[in-house]
Ligand binder design. Structure first.
Ligand SMILES: [Zn+2]
Length: 498
């Protein structure tokens, strides 16, 4: 783990770079669209927008036919009156108002008649439509979509994280959505289902060599995100996470180990990839144990091409911590009081985000990451850490559009769990310190990157000393690992008690 900790200064720089990127990626202006979308209980319908002068208009009769059952109408050269049920609507050519049930309602532009059609400005949706239907109407002024009778629409925020060989696109939704992917015309299309979506911005442009734009489009009544790559020959690995509240998509030349289990969506040709239907069994590790018990995610650090540290006999940190996590798993399962899932059970190297996603998708109660490090002469020794968040300036710059429910950005969810995580680290420290002969300092905070995006209490357990000039045999001993695992069970029991 020390390697990870010592690289913190580099990670700070990395965070700085991310913030820099956040400054240069900007939401561009709303795209010109030709259709207005009505999200109705029976499904979405579209009506072409008519542009007259500088104003956008909709044909009044087409709108009314979608929303109410029209019983009759009376038209003259200069006015139109429409009846339905107990209600009526009356418009006069050139008026900046419309009469609804004897009351005048203002419009932002005058009523027009073109080619035999009576046209009302889009603001009709905000001022008049709520009086015409008993169903709730959700309309954001200026938008090209209205939600009638539906649950309040959700929204989303977008972040782009540059990688050495690609980019991660992170989309956080305010509601649970389903996603189906398709590759077409050199772009990736993510069809969004499950909840109506009102975008805060419809177009994001990135200054990134791999991803050019992300756009929201529902012109045909089907909400979707369209991602345009900045180069040819890139692969796309989408993963629906957070139980449908988050989408993590990697755009890269090479498939990286982190998302190796996911089907690629190749460009420009090739068959459409299997749709990521949320977290499937292949993507997310299985959970063992009694169904109702709290779920403990055990995260053996490193793995695959990342061995971590090593001892003087060539024992690798990744193998030592996997054996410890496996021992802890056995003890927790034997207790019957916890469910368990491991972020890796073999020699793979999931990314930090992938490890955290596993915990978040599975709705873990506790996340524990295991490392071995150099404590100098003190051995055997263990240390427990909770997450140390980034500088307050970064925390306070979390995006939260005015008037909208604030999203918790993917990168910072652990910030909201710090109190419980400190309790967890404290409970584990106490139980580990009770092992005879084991030195365990007071639990501390450390900027352990793997804890950053975990949305539940999380702690890092480090054992040692483990270093290139030491023999780690005492740490590998079955009896020692059993003692550690028993103590971790005790610590979790203590933490679980209110
Ligand atoms: Zn480590």
């Amino acid at each position: 783990m020390n390697q990870r900790f010592h690289s913190y200064s580099r990670r700070l720089l990395w965070v700085g770079l991310l913030l820099g990127v956040a400054l240069v990626f900007w939401p561009s202006r709303t795209l010109r669209s030709d259709n207005f979308v009505f999200y109705l209980p029976a499904g979405a319908k579209t009506i072409p927008i008519e542009t007259v002068g500088h104003g956008d208009y909709l044909p009044l009769l087409q709108v009314l036919n979608l929303v109410v059952h029209v019983d009759g109408m009376q038209a003259s050269q200069s006015s139109l009156k429409v009846w339905f049920g107990q209600s009526d609507v009356e418009v006069h050519l050139g008026d900046r108002k419309v009469r609804v049930n004897k009351a005048w309602v203002p419009l932002e532009a005058p009523v027009r008649a073109e080619n035999g059609e009576w046209l009302v400005p889009l603001g009709f949706m905000a001022s008049a439509l709520p009086h015409l239907t008993r169903q709730p109407v959700q309309y954001r002024v200026g938008a090209r979509r209205v939600f009638i009778g539906e649950a309040r629409p959700g929204s989303f925020s977008v972040r782009l994280k540059p990688l050495a060989d690609g980019a991660d696109i992170m989309v956080a939704f305010t509601e649970t959505v389903t996603v189906k992917t398709e590759a077409a015309n050199g772009r990736w299309i993510l069809y969004l289902g499950g909840h109506p979506i009102e975008p805060l911005e419809t177009s994001y442009a990135f200054q990134n060599p791999f991803v050019k734009t992300l756009q929201f489009d529902d012109q045909d009544g089907v909400p979707k995100l369209i991602i345009t790559p900045a180069a040819e020959g890139l692969n796309f690995y989408p993963l629906l996470a957070e139980g449908g509240r988050g989408l993590l998509a990697e755009v890269s030349k090479q498939r990286t180990a982190s998302l190796a289990n996911l089907p690629p969506a190749s460009l420009p040709s090739g068959p459409p990839p299997p749709a990521p239907q949320g977290a499937t069994a292949e993507e997310i590790p299985s959970v063992e144990g009694v169904a109702s018990a709290p779920l403990i995610i055990l995260d053996p650090g490193h793995g695959g091409s990342d061995p971590g540290s090593h001892d003087k006999n060539g024992v690798l940190e990744k193998d030592l911590v996997l054996s410890l996590a496996t021992r802890v798993r056995a003890v927790l399962l034997a207790s019957g009081r916890f469910r368990v899932s491991l972020t890796r059970s073999g020699d793979s190297d999931p990314t930090f985000d992938r490890r955290d996603t596993i915990a978040n998708v599975l709705h873990a109660s506790v996340f524990l990451t295991f490392h071995a490090g150099d404590f100098g002469a003190a051995s055997p020794r263990a240390a427990v850490y909770s997450f140390e968040p980034p500088a307050p300036s970064e925390e306070s710059s979390l995006p939260g559009p005015a008037g909208m429910p604030r999203l918790i950005p993917w990168e910072y969810v652990q910030v909201f769990e710090l109190d419980r995580s400190r309790e967890l680290a404290g409970a584990l420290q106490q139980s580990l310190a009770a092992i005879p002969g084991l030195s365990v300092p007071k639990a501390a905070a450390a900027p352990a990157r793997v804890l950053r995006s975990v949305g539940n209490p999380a702690a890092a357990v480090e054992i040692g000393s483990f270093a290139p000039d030491l023999d780690s045999a005492p740490l590998s001993a079955l009896s020692f690992q059993q003692q550690l695992a028993d103590a971790i069970l005790k610590g979790l029991d203590a933490f679980k008690k209110p």
